[in-house]
Design a protein. Structure first.
Length: 337
């Protein structure tokens, strides 16, 4: 069973609606989707017959179940069934309070299912050949482990990383070592659909950043953000990119300054990973822009380049955009804020 792991949860709501273009009507596109609450089935297992009950649960969906045991919980397949069950039982006991919190927040998962379903309708509209998942699986895992995942047939939602940014366990050293505060502040319920659709976009077009210049990588990121904005047209831009509302507002206010930083420091054509990592990917800030700036500033700039390119090429659809050479996009965009 193939799993595409999304370790990072995306951010809070603000800024203008992300898409000024006319939004297509996708309401008639059929997307069969069901939700399986795996964590409920796991946490209500009879502890007196835990081993037998656990493996009955795993047998209901062996693809996910076996990956849950080995990949998510980290058990060793060489262990005996009793040893694995004992480990899982210990996990269930220690995570009981977190589970109870998740059930209060997600007693009714329907709103999240509906939001994901609408996103999948847009995916089907723009990428009709893509085989969309037919189910959502919710689960509870280690708070310093995996979050949201896409598999061959399911969107897998780690509820343990959607309990609200102020959830006490997120402040612990254990979690902060993996998910520092600039990341854990995104652990909100309203990021469930965003993460699910981000994983879908990455599944349709897996990132290939090796041997690419910084500006090419910026545009790669920008392409994905542009597509994400189209399949989640009612979601705020700050949530799509993972910035706070203030950070995104400031980025637009200082868009020229951000671009000048790349140009004046001759950064765009660098292939030095030690430099590129300062501008692409997770980081608490961009050093040159100050303590209040966001990290991943290259993705913001790349997104603006792609927007400029698409504004000049009405006939380019999303599939064509994703296969267009990044240097071509840069040249034709003539981006200069």
């Amino acid at each position: 069973m193939r799993l595409l792991f999304g370790l990072v949860i995306i951010s809070v709501v603000f800024f203008s609606c992300n898409n000024g273009d006319k939004i297509p009507d996708v309401s008639m596109i059929k997307v069969p989707l069901t939700t399986q609450r795996f964590e409920k089935d796991l946490f209500i297992l009879d502890t007196n017959h835990f081993t037998a009950n656990l493996y009955q649960l795993i047998a209901k969906d062996p693809g996910f179940g076996e990956n849950y045991l080995t990949t998510i919980l980290g058990t060793d397949p060489k262990w005996s069934n009793d040893s694995i069950a004992s480990y899982v039982k210990g996990f269930v006991t220690s995570y009981r309070t977190l589970y109870d919190t998740s059930q209060q927040l997600f007693k009714d998962f329907t709103p999240y299912e509906n939001e994901i379903k609408q996103g999948l309708q847009f995916v089907k509209h723009y990428f009709p050949a893509y085989k969309i998942p037919s189910k959502i699986i919710t689960y509870i895992g280690p708070v310093d482990g995996y979050g949201d995942i896409v598999s061959d047939d399911a969107l897998i939602v780690g509820l343990h990383l959607h309990l609200g940014k102020n959830y006490s366990l997120y402040k612990s050293e254990l979690v902060q070592q993996t998910y520092p505060e600039y990341m854990s502040r995104r652990f909100e319920p309203n990021t469930i659909a965003t993460n699910a659709l981000k994983n879908i976009v990455d599944d349709i077009y897996p990132e290939k950043l090796e041997d690419k210049t910084l500006v090419q990588q910026m545009i790669e990121k920008g392409k994905r953000l542009y597509v994400l904005s189209k399949v989640l047209p009612h979601t705020e831009e700050s949530q799509l990119i993972g910035y706070t509302a203030v950070q995104l507002k400031d980025c637009y206010a200082n868009e020229q300054k951000i671009w000048d930083m790349f140009v004046q420091n001759n950064l765009l054509q660098t292939i030095d990973d030690n430099i590129i990592k300062n501008y692409i990917g997770e980081a608490p800030k961009t050093q040159e822009l100050g303590d209040e700036s966001p990290g991943n500033i290259g993705a913001f700039a790349g997104w603006q380049i792609v927007k400029k390119y698409m504004s000049k090429n009405d006939g380019v659809n999303l599939q064509k955009l994703m296969t267009t050479d990044n240097d071509t996009i840069l040249q034709e965009a003539k981006y200069k804020p």
